[in-house]
Design a protein around this ligand. Structure first.
Ligand code: 2NL
Length: 342
């Protein structure tokens, strides 16, 4: 026993002094200590000669030794692999890999332009959750259960809780702000919204909206028209004309849809405007008194206007993308075509 322990000490020194400077050195080391006829294997063979009462402590010594032998091997494996490639492993004088800056998503570009125009008019940006409760998405907005308008905005319900829906418009954010913020309120709400639609080139099950809301004393339809007129001229050019057509939304009364003179033909008639000279860009109206009442605001004291537009629709006037689904497919060949600004 004593003899074997001395022998092991010798081997430790040998390992310590063994120089590994090449793949060949490493292989010789492996054969001497770790191979099937190597030192470690042979030492384990000694176990059978050790008296029973010493087996435990001898086993410990053997394991420590085996670990030492293996550690040196592992330490040098990487080094010799690098040495085989001749010269230093990495050339520190090479220039780094170029990082190509990304491009902003086309819908972000359009949304940012819309948002910054309204910010200049004093509108603040408000955001809220995409998973909404029934109250903020429908009921508070004058669309109680069984209201026929709910049909037009069929949405996705959350199975775990039937009170939760994917929001169908960002009006739900506006409802939240009206509940919690002292008046006057002047906000725009950009964000993703969901509708239960059959997906095609012209419809997707989600899209992006910017909605606006202004509630104060003495807000009039004239204020709405001028606000939207300012927006249109900033967004599409100073010569753009607008027209309002009566419409219906459950949360506004009266309601209107706004058209602008066609940005492609200037009103002469072309394929974009289907030869009418006009293209529809948003819906708007005066906030319904029932909605104000629902949110604890006295409609005899306060009035407001609201509007909503689809970002994809506005983007379409600039980019003429022929399949809406491209916006959500993350194909770089599509995305890299939009490189401008902010
Ligand atoms: C559209 C039309 C619209 C609104 C959204 C709104 C929000 C509140 C109160 C009243 Cl909190 N109205 N939003 C009003 C009219 C139209 O959106 O076509 N959007 C894509």
């Amino acid at each position: 026993m004593e003899q074997v322990l001395q022998q092991i000490d010798q081997y430790r020194k040998e390992i310590d002094q063994w120089v590994i400077a090449s793949a060949e050195d490493l292989e010789n080391y492996r054969i001497r200590f770790l191979g099937t006829k190597g030192v470690v294997k042979a030492l384990f063979g000694e176990m059978k000669n050790v008296p029973v009462e010493d087996k435990r402590s001898f086993g410990q010594v053997l394991n420590d030794f085996k670990q030492l032998a293996e550690a040196k091997y592992e330490d040098h494996k990487g080094l010799t692999a690098a040495a085989r490639t001749e010269g230093p492993a990495i050339d520190l004088t090479l220039p780094g890999d170029a990082l190509t800056p990304g491009t902003r998503h086309p819908l972000s570009l359009v949304r940012n332009r819309i948002v910054s125009i309204y910010q200049r008019l004093g509108f603040a940006v408000a955001e809220g959750p995409e998973i909404e409760d029934d109250w903020h998405n429908f009921t508070a907005l004058n669309m109680p259960e069984n209201h026929p308008a709910r049909d037009m905005q069929d949405t996705f319900y959350v199975q775990r809780n039937p009170d939760w829906v994917l929001r169908t418009h960002t009006s739900s954010v506006q409802a939240r702000v009206l509940e919690t913020t002292p008046l006057p309120v002047r906000i725009i709400c950009p964000g993703r919204v969901y509708r239960n639609e059959t997906v095609s080139a012209r419809a997707n099950c989600f899209f992006h909206q910017v909605e606006g809301l202004y509630v104060d004393k003495d807000v009039s339809f004239a204020d709405l028209k001028q606000t939207l007129y300012f927006f249109v001229r900033e967004m599409f050019g100073q010569h753009t004309r607008v027209r309002f057509r009566p419409s219906y939304f459950p949360f506004t009364e009266p309601s209107a849809e706004m058209d602008i003179s066609c940005t492609v033909c200037g009103g002469q008639g072309c394929s974009l405007c289907k030869h009418t000279g006009w293209v529809e860009i948003l819906g708007c109206g005066m906030v319904h008194p029932q909605l104000l009442t629902n949110l604890g605001i006295d409609p005899e004291v306060y009035t407001g206007f609201a509007f909503g537009m689809g970002v994809e629709r506005i983007a379409q006037l600039n980019y003429r993308v022929n399949d809406l689904r491209l916006y959500a497919q993350n194909d770089l060949r599509f995305l890299q075509q939009f490189t401008s600004g902010t």
